[in-house]
Design a protein around this ligand. Structure first.
Ligand code: ATP
Ligand code: MG
Length: 281
């Protein structure tokens, strides 16, 4: 770890333009900083540039202009991109792309091939599958696993080389809501226990709410950012934007009566609600 850099990921005026004729500015001068150990989500409408952003950060594609710094090092200066990707970044995509003819255990071993010996690979693969709760499914083929279990194999695989950073593009997209919640719980645990930094693209607000920070993209820009507070703060935010919360803020008399609060009590609740930050969630 480079002691000089405060941020694991930093983008400076990151721009990606597609097309020769009519230009599409998929990313337009994006400046983003992600600290070590953060769990950040990226939301935004289809075509807003979320996947493009992940592709640039993971060195899967080159920017048209601007820079990506990983742990203070400019990606453009890194000669061996394959090695960088293999060692520093774990990728998780919606379609988990497991190799159908390999077992769960073998799939997790794939990224370790080439730099770890057979027995070490096997050992780490077992540990990772235990970590994601699949100790009893190691020898199953992907088509013998449920969608949620396959996605957990993909999580284990993305962690194979102890990456500093995991880039996840709609990892819960193909899962039902309970499997999606379970997967997010797992990512949160890994984020806390291993200090792995995660950048997760999602369309699901309940997923976003379980992370530290939500970035919202539109037309190639980060247009909003929301820090997720403690559960209590989040409840207050929810309350603030509910019908009742709005009425309390308006000091609606009927609400005073319904709640049976005195003026000063109502004022106190009002203050609390007003302090609950403006939230997209
Ligand atoms: N290889 C490409 N060639 C040309 N245009 C592209 C290419 N990849 C993406 N784009 C365009 O860049 C813009 C951003 O695409 P991107 O895939 O980053 O969106 P996204 O936010 O991930 O959307 P979604 O939620 O649908 O996955 C879109 O207008 C898209 O059509
Ligand atoms: Mg996308």
């Amino acid at each position: 770890m480079n002691a000089a850099s405060e941020f694991l990921v930093e983008t400076i005026n990151l721009t990606r333009i597609y097309g020769d004729g009519e230009e599409i500015r998929a990313l337009d001068e994006v400046n983003l900083k992600v600290a070590v150990g953060e769990l950040v989500t990226v939301m935004g409408p289809s075509g807003s540039g979320k996947s493009t952003l992940l592709n640039m950060i993971g060195a899967l594609d080159k920017p048209t202009s601007g820079q990506v710094l990983i742990d203070g090092e400019d990606l453009a200066q890194i000669q061996n991109k394959d090695q960088f990707r293999a060692k520093t970044v774990g990728f998780m995509f919606q379609l988990h792309n497991l190799i159908p003819t390999l077992t769960a255990k073998e799939n997790v071993e794939v990224p370790m091939m080439g730099h770890l010996g057979m027995s070490e690979r096997r050992k780490r693969s077992r540990e990772l599958l235990e970590l994601v709760g699949l100790a009893d499914r190691m020898d199953h083929l992907p088509n013998q696993l449920s969608g949620g279990q396959r996605q957990r194999v993909a999580v284990a695989r993305s962690l194979a080389n102890k990456p500093l950073l995991v880039l996840a593009d709609e990892p819960t997209g193909s899962l039902d809501s309970s499997a999606g919640q379970a997967l997010m719980g797992l990512l949160r645990d890994l984020n806390q226990s291993q200090r792995t930094t995660f950048i997760v693209v999602t369309h699901d607000q309940s997923v976003a709410r379980q992370t530290n920070r939500v970035l919202v993209m539109e037309d190639g820009h980060i247009v909003r950012e929301d820090i997720i507070g403690s559960p209590m703060e989040e409840d207050l935010k929810m309350w603030r934007y509910s019908g009742l919360g709005r009425r309390i803020i308006r000091e609606d008399e009927e609400t005073e009566l319904t709640l049976g609060l005195s003026k000063s009590q109502l004022r106190a609740v009002q203050e609390l609600l007003k302090k609950a930050d403006n939230s997209i969630l």
